[in-house]
Design a protein around this ligand. Structure first.
Ligand SMILES: [Zn+2]
Length: 252
């Protein structure tokens, strides 16, 4: 009887160990975390270069009637901006027509481009998981955004799937052998995109289809807090099962 009890706890112990391994998200491979390149690591000349193209996207967004929130462009490495566009979800009655999708499809339709290795995509807001997926499949080597998803969701109460674009990007290795991560530079001209492009939906009384009540950890980074607490819970579970195995062994 005690022997079966012992085997039962061994099985539970192994299961808990499997559940607590890696980051709990990818069962196939341990994935290093990617974070956007901090602006402090971008040199003055390169920063000025990206600011120039981001400013063009901002100007484009502001020139629309009504003003666009999400706008994007694609720029060749020789400095040629080949397309620019905005979210067309409402105009086309198609919720998948985010700005990034619009410009990728436009570049394909106009120039037949289906591999964007030599191109950088600029967007006023960090790409959502749908657009970041399209960006990965399209082979972009660099993405530059203004306002982060975290800011839109946590600070502006704007409807978003709260997943950083770098999270999905970290798993792009499955697309091809020797795959190289696109560089993601966040926060370029965010002082403008945060304050002049995107609206704050948080104030009481604000009515909009975009308004949500964010579930954010304040004031620390919610992602780190969640992962560390998950890890602690997994370790505790493993420890409890290990203790139970030891106790059951004593009764054999
Ligand atoms: Zn999107």
């Amino acid at each position: 009887m005690h022997k079966y009890l012992f085997l039962f706890f061994v099985a539970l112990c192994l299961i808990s160990k499997v559940l607590s391994c890696d980051n709990g998200m990818n069962p196939y491979y341990s994935t290093p975390k990617q974070v956007p390149v901090p602006l402090s690591n971008v040199t003055g000349d390169e920063l000025a270069y990206h600011q120039k193209y981001m400013q063009a996207v901002i100007d484009f967004a502001k020139a629309q009637q009504p003003k666009a929130l999400f706008a994007a462009s694609i720029v060749h490495k020789n400095g040629t901006q080949i397309v620019i566009g905005m979210n067309m979800g409402r105009a086309m009655n198609d919720g998948t027509q985010h700005a990034e999708i619009v410009v990728i499809q436009k570049a394909n339709a106009l120039y037949g481009i289906n591999n964007f290795t030599d191109y950088t995509l600029y967007t006023t807001g960090e790409s959502c998981l749908m657009c970041q997926g399209a960006i990965l499949y399209s082979g972009f080597s660099k993405v530059v955004y203004g306002t982060s998803i975290k800011t839109l969701y946590c600070d502006k109460c704007m409807s978003q799937v709260p997943i950083d674009s770098t999270f999905l990007t970290a798993y792009g290795y499955g697309l091809a052998d020797g795959w190289v991560r696109p560089t993601i530079i966040g926060g370029v001209l965010s002082n403008i995109t945060d304050n002049e492009v995107f609206r704050n939906y948080c104030p009481n009384g604000t009515v909009s289809i975009f308004k949500i009540h964010p579930l954010c950890v304040v004031p620390t980074n919610s992602t780190n807090s969640t992962s560390s607490s998950d890890s602690a819970a997994s370790s505790l579970t493993f420890s409890v099962f290990t203790l139970l195995v030891f106790i059951s062994y004593l009764f054999i």
